[in-house]
Design a protein around this ligand. Structure first.
Ligand SMILES: [Mg+2]
Ligand SMILES: [Zn+2]
Length: 183
């Protein structure tokens, strides 16, 4: 069996909610060493992201795929392999089954990559999306304090009050350090 880290993209590895639309996404400084360390420790890196901007026509699917391709190439240049990117392009009103925090895409990945759920993690900055996704897919979770992380723990805490993250980390690198340390 394999183990994986499911990474949220925006607010966790870089950028913020509008950076793909504005075409100015940058990785956070800690994201590259975090992904490298995850790779060194035999975690598959999987990105899982809600992109309702596509449904709202703020970004075409083609523009999104172009941006994504550039990001992946930048990571490959640093020796980082992204196993797969799972995207929900829908709006909330579409009532799809792939939008975080629903576990459909994670469950697909578990089957496709023969993942051991006990050894895999979901890392993100959103309590109501990423942490509830971990809860809904029976996986360990790490909330990072970048992006909306602080807001998730304060103003938005009531939206995911039924669970606690396995760990809370300063940023993506601190998150991987905690995974390696506590394993
Ligand atoms: Mg996020
Ligand atoms: Zn969807």
């Amino acid at each position: 069996m394999n183990k994986a880290i499911f990474w949220d993209l925006l607010g966790t590895l870089g950028g913020s909610s509008h950076t793909l639309i504005n075409n100015n996404f940058e990785f956070f400084d800690h994201a590259i060493p975090a992904l490298q360390k995850a790779t060194e420790n035999n975690y598959l890196n999987i990105i899982i992201t809600n992109q309702s901007h596509i449904a709202h026509n703020r970004l075409t699917l083609e523009e999104y795929n172009d941006s994504l391709k550039k990001l992946i190439i930048r990571l490959e240049d640093k020796g980082i392999k992204i196993t797969e990117v799972y995207t929900c392009p829908h709006a909330k009103k579409d009532n799809c089954q792939c939008k975080k925090p629903q576990p459909l895409l994670v469950n697909q990945a578990i089957k496709k990559y023969d993942l051991n759920q006990n050894e895999s993690f979901i890392i993100g900055d959103s309590g109501k999306n990423d942490m509830l996704l971990a809860n809904n897919s029976n996986m360990k979770s790490i909330l990072v304090l970048t992006g909306e992380g602080i807001k998730s723990l304060t103003d938005s805490r009531q939206l995911w009050s039924e669970m606690r993250p396995t760990h809370i980390a300063e940023d993506s690198l601190d998150a991987v350090n905690k995974i390696v340390l506590f394993l």
